[in-house]
Design a protein around this ligand. Sequence first.
Ligand code: BMA
Length: 323
Amino acid sequence: MGEYVSADIIRKNEGPVLTRKDVPYNAALVFNAGVTKYNGKYVMAFRNDYGDAEKHVLEGTNIGLAYSDDGIKWEVAPKPCFAMKTDEIERAYDPRLTVIDGKCYMCFAIDTKHGLCGGIASTEDFEHFDFLSMSVPDNRNMVLLPEKLNGNFVRLERPMPVYSRRHRDRFDIWLSESPDLTYWGKSRLVMGVEDVPFADDKIGPAAPPVKTEKGWLTTFHAVRRFPGRGKNGWQDSWDKEYYAGVALLDIEDPSKVIGIGKKPLIVSDRDFETEDGFRLDVVFPGGMILEESGEVKIYYGASDTVECLAVADVNDLIAFCLE
Ligand code: BMA
């Protein structure tokens, strides 16, 4: 719909790397995954909205787990690894994985009856999770940096100010620090939506950043609205497009931006991204892996329906941020 195309430094994997057909339990939409390397394997925690995909009926959400030896072919574990449901909490979704000092952490969004929150849990085996903290609402899209800075854990996050932003989605990327992953503070703005030329609505952190010689390389999602677009995917009306963008943050102080790619990095352009799915034209990255070869694997949910992979060279991505 929009005029943007994916950057020419990006190469998309031919088809999705994971769809509901790969999942051995009830799965309707399989997308917005976090991916990391842990104990010699690629590990993916993916969002699974279950129900009946043929009838377009959704019944709930859990988080599934998949393993891979090459980051391309995935095998899904026999059952979901994580879910939250209480009288107050409706669901946990959109997991992001970061390994810090050999331990794996999962950030995720939590829908509660009193607002949207960000949660953080740790795990060593993806069977048992220790729940560490939950933010106040509304805040989500939390991702942890893989290293502590000045002794503190660091997260990027996306609060959703409404009253002060005149009830429009003008949402930005912030950073907070914590000594223990429970108490968070020293919060500061990283990037405003107005800093991204291809966003006219909101932005948010995507995959956890990776460290490069030039800075923390980080993806983000950027949203544009097309008012009046009407029917799109399963929904009667859905007027947003989501793109992946990329930025470079200062190594010593990641709240300082060194450069932001002026154009989108990944845009929907295949049939399963633009014609077939729950919400079309949505690119939502949640995992990024920097290989020793310099290849960067970027995992993204497409059309809120399947999980995809695109690759690029790390130096090309850095240059793209600095253009
Ligand atoms: C956001 C989140 C994501 C989703 C995106 C597009 O608000 O809910 O999980 O991928 O919208 O629908």
